[in-house]
Design a protein around this ligand. Structure first.
Ligand code: FAD
Length: 419
């Protein structure tokens, strides 16, 4: 049995190792000059490889049931055993995020690379696959950009998506899928910062605040829909918002904007307080701060850089005036803004900054029990190339490992007995 894996990233290496262990002869084609470059960048170089708290709801709505089936076949527990066999000792943090105990993504990549070498998996570097041609005989011809042509009984497409283009992922897997008749749901960047036209962002670079964010989309007919809420650290940058809670809603925002909907991110910087209680606290605070400047009135409540922005937005122009000059109406506006700060979103950071892809190969055309194409038996899709994307916290790598292992196992089924 010979298996070609297109793409030597997270899911491609997991698939190749699993298929080779099952007795298949495996070749990986990798576009870059080395395997798994993106893995090195994951989890800020520490590789958040999985998450102990998993119930399926971490994946996109369209992909949830599919991901659940795949993860029930190759569970996070089984994945960690796979890595423990390779020497990677997992460690869980307080939020259930799992990292290698070395806290180095390089050790995860090395463990995979060593196993690829040990199993004598052939790796062809710096050749990218431009075509997979199903043959009448039931196998496939795989053609590279320098016209290397190789036949394989089974082909696993593990090219990643569009995110992190600097790591070799330029949507090739989508083109390969479409070439053989698969449907590809339009892709948009996910787990990425969102941009805004608001001028005040220029002065907010580096500001971080704990809070909750709510994403609302307004259709052209005026209908509004809440697309999601998330809590965590909100990061303000020169061009807009980022931070994990913003990332988690970014795919939905980008998809809504593709549909020409107006997106607003509403920030609540005090999500644990009801609005009325917050306003009461602000009134008391103003009485105590009457002798201070308007600027000092908010000192200690929010980040210093946010103070002039909030005051100006609420009509308090002279920051050095005494706080006693703040009117009840202005106080109500300030309190409202700190709990309902509407930021109009006009786009997102580019694909290079995105951690994953929303969209991809249509799931109804793939068998979740095997990752095999329903259109072409013997052809498999894994990882980011299919329409499954997870939120931050290790869920995307978990998806890559599980779908890769499942595809490798299914592709090599029967290999040992045949050979
Ligand atoms: C900066 C960053 C940080 C991240 N951090 C985390 C994290 O901590 N936890 C988490 O769960 N997820 C994280 N992710 C997401 C995670 O890395 C991806 O979901 C995962 O790597 C996808 O695996 P994959 O195998 O589908 O694709 P990839 O790992 O992207 O691998 C695809 C491979 O295919 C190769 N390739 C592409 N086209 C071709 C072709 N035509 N021919 C041959 N080879 C080709 C590419 O060069 C690449 O090596 C992060 C992503 C980024 C960009």
């Amino acid at each position: 049995m010979n298996v070609i894996v297109i793409g030597g990233g997270a899911s491609g290496m997991a698939a190749a190792i699993t298929a080779a262990r099952a007795g298949a002869q495996v070749t990986i084609f990798e576009k870059e000059e080395r395997l798994g470059r993106k893995i090195l960048a994951t989890g800020n170089g520490k590789c958040n490889m999985s998450n102990a708290r998993w119930d399926g709801s971490e994946y996109n709505e369209a992909g949830r049931a599919f991901a659940e089936t795949v993860l029930s076949k190759v569970s996070p527990g089984e994945t960690l055993e796979f890595f423990e066999e390779l020497g990677i000792f997992p460690r869980e943090d307080a939020e259930g995020r799992i990292y290698p105990s070395s806290e180095q993504a390089a050790s995860v990549l090395d463990a995979l690379r060593f196993e690829v070498e040990r199993l004598k998996i052939k790796v062809i570097y710096e050749e990218w696959i431009k075509g997979v041609v199903p043959q009448r005989s039931g196998d496939f011809a795989v053609v590279s950009h320098v016209n290397t042509r190789m036949r394989a009984e089974k082909v696993i497409v593990a090219c990643g998506g569009d995110a992190g283009r600097q790591y070799g992922c330029e949507g090739d897997g989508f083109a390969l899928a479409e070439m053989v008749g698969h449907t590809v749901k339009e892709t948009v960047p996910a787990l990425v910062g969102l941009t805004s036209n608001e001028k005040y962002f220029k002065q907010l670079k580096g500001v971080r605040a704990k809070g909750a964010v709510t994403l609302t989309a307004q259709a052209q007919n005026g209908e509004e829909e809440v697309l999601g809420t998330s809590r965590g650290e909100i990061q303000f940058g020169e061009t807009g918002l980022s931070g994990i809670c913003v990332f988690d809603l970014s795919g939905r925002a980008n998809r809504a904007m593709k549909e020409e909907k107006r997106c607003t991110m509403t920030l609540d910087l005090f999500p644990d307080m009801e609005h009325a209680a917050f306003l009461e606290m602000m009134r008391r605070r103003l009485i105590l701060s009457a002798h201070k400047s308007c600027e000092d009135f908010l000192n200690g409540l929010i980040h210093k850089k946010l103070i002039p922005v909030v005051l100006k937005q609420c009509g308090v122009e002279k920051l050095n005036d005494k706080a006693e000059k703040i009117t009840e109406d202005q106080l109500e506006q300030i309190s409202y803004m700190l709990k309902h700060w509407d930021v109009r979103i006009n786009g997102s950071r580019p694909w290079n900054d995105a951690q994953t892809t929303s969209g991809g190969v249509e799931l109804s055309e793939i068998d979740p029990n095997t990752m095999e194409s329903k259109l072409h038996p013997g052809l498999y899709f894994t990882g980011e190339v299919v329409d499954v994307d997870g939120r931050c916290g290790g869920y995307n790598l978990q998806w890559a490992w599980s779908s890769g292992i499942l595809a490798g196992r299914s592709a090599a089924a029967g290999a040992k007995t045949e050979e």
